[in-house]
Design a protein around this ligand. Structure first.
Ligand code: SF4
Ligand code: SF4
Length: 484
């Protein structure tokens, strides 16, 4: 079952017609220019005053709701990472793949998944047979052009905590030190004070955003990723000590994010989110409680986006990414599951569901048409937007630079630096119950923020021009530093 969207009731042409007066247009253009000028000032790079929590500055109290803005519409069904996490599925498929293979040649979980989703079988084969060879060919041909972007991305992931691959019954609990006994849980005075403490130390560890939720078992994979201390083919029983989920988030480098897809990287934020989660888990264990980090990339036993929603950090948008008041969707997150007793946060409703019902900017900019223009759909008992992950990954393999694509994040109107224009626009949007200002703001963005034709983002072998959404920052332009 799917909802009906209202559609974009004011498009660019209608907006310009409706506004009519040249002075209004000139005024808007002036504002856009001022906004642009303010936006390129590094002082507006929201999210880096982490250590004191100064950038988690949105007062959520006024916008809390009892139920999250995804909707429960049936019995929740736990996801199977082997088939529903595209990276895992593609990995299993690549191991089983032979030229001319059919669904019947796949292992059992893949076979039943592909029988229900035959289009994904075709898209996965297309990715392996056609897109990957062209990607490899152009990676060599254009290597020097993206030398700095790739070096930056690799450097960001160079220092990472070592993953503990023992099962949760061992890995999550405090260890005995120097032949002694493991620390007993300290007696904590008050769950509310503990939440305050956990949030404060998370900021001290470098987190921009932090929120706390009770862990909904529907978000725990039924079969998880490899290397997590579980037999992936045996259904995972949710450990009793995974009672709470602490969600932490940090921004991706603003400049390289806007220069997606060919110059963008998630690695800087992945790395910081990993370090924070490991520090936090260590802190909790020192107090005698259980804690397990779930970190990028793919070292999770849980689904991250709905936990961010439950923890009151934001709402899930049309592009499936969570949108927060402070960073929009320009952030990466980790989760720590734990049994330290805490007061939990409530979800928030900042109007994202309405805004996304007519905005469509991410869908317009997505090079692979992976973002629906229709309403939300029912996925495993919950109603929300869902992207086409197979076409999305095929595009990840169709552009160069640090692999991936965050164009939907770069183009989303919520992903804006903390300059006065965007702060004002967000305030107006939050406090206008009619939604008229949102529609006007969306039209303004569509009118004044040009973007390349989505086909240009592809590698030349697939008909593109290696384009990026915005110009790469000066420090990632290889041609200015390297002879080639
Ligand atoms: S990451 Fe890129 S390809 Fe995937 S949905 Fe977003 S814009 Fe589309
Ligand atoms: S660009 Fe952002 S606000 Fe617009 S529809 Fe997509 S997710 Fe929603």
């Amino acid at each position: 079952m799917a909802e009906k969207d209202s559609g974009n009731s004011i498009n660019r042409r209608q907006f310009l017609k409706a506004s009519g007066a040249a002075s209004a247009i000139a005024g808007s253009a002036g504002l856009a220019m001022f906004g642009y000028a303010a936006g390129i000032d590094p002082r507006s790079y929201q999210g880096y005053q982490s250590f004191e929590g100064a950038d988690q500055n949105f007062n959520r109290e006024k916008w809390t709701v009892d139920e999250p803005t995804y909707q429960k519409v049936g019995k929740g069904i736990r996801p199977d990472a082997r088939t529903e996490v595209i990276f895992d599925r593609r990995g299993y498929m690549m191991r089983a793949y032979k030229p001319g293979c059919t669904i019947d040649d796949m292992n059992d979980p893949l076979k039943s998944y592909y029988k229900e989703n035959p289009r994904d079988f075709e898209l996965d084969v297309l990715g392996i047979e056609e897109i990957m060879p062209k990607f490899r060919q152009d990676s060599v041909k254009y290597r020097d052009q993206f030398r700095l972007a790739n070096a930056f991305s690799h450097a960001m992931s160079a220092v990472s905590p070592r993953h503990d691959s023992r099962p949760p019954g061992e890995a999550d609990f405090p260890r005995a030190r120097r032949g002694g006994t493991p620390p007993e849980p300290v007696s904590l005075k008050d769950p509310e004070m503990t939440s305050k403490l956990i949030k404060k130390v998370s900021h001290q560890f470098g987190s921009t955003l932090v929120g706390i939720a009770k862990l909904n078992p529907d978000w725990v994979y039924l079969h998880t990723h490899r290397g997590r201390g579980f037999d992936v083919d045996t259904p995972l029983e949710v450990p009793k000590h995974w009672e709470y989920a602490i969600a932490v988030g940090v921004p991706m480098s603003w400049d390289s994010m806007y220069a997606n897809p060919n110059y963008g990287t998630s690695e800087d934020a992945y790395s910081r989110a990993r370090i924070i989660a490991y520090r936090l888990a260590s802190f909790i264990k020192q107090l005698g409680y259980a804690a397990r980090p779930h970190v990028p990339g793919n070292s999770y036993d849980i689904m991250v986006p709905p936990i961010l929603v439950d923890a009151g950090l934001g709402e899930q948008g049309r592009h499936s990414v969570v949108i927060t008041p402070e960073l929009g969707c320009n952030f990466r997150a980790s989760i720590v599951t734990t049994n330290i007793p805490m007061k939990t946060d409530k979800p928030i409703d900042i109007g994202v569901q309405d805004f996304c019902s007519y905005c469509m900017i991410c869908a317009d900019n997505c090079p692979s048409n992976s973002i629906t223009r229709e309403g939300r759909i029912d996925v495993r008992g919950y109603r929300r937007w869902e992207i086409d992950k197979a076409t999305c990954l095929n595009f990840w393999n169709s552009n160069l630079g640090p692999m991936g694509c965050r164009l939907c994040i770069a183009s989303c109107p919520y992903t804006r630096k903390a300059n006065w224009l965007h702060k004002t626009a967000f305030k107006v949007s939050l406090n206008d119950p009619t939604g008229l200002s949102d529609k006007a703001l969306t039209s303004l963005q569509k009118s004044f923020y040009d973007a390349p034709d989505p086909q240009k983002y592809y590698i030349p072998s697939l008909g593109g021009e290696n384009a990026s959404y915005r110009e790469p920052p000066w420090w990632l332009r290889s041609e200015d530093f390297i002879e080639f």
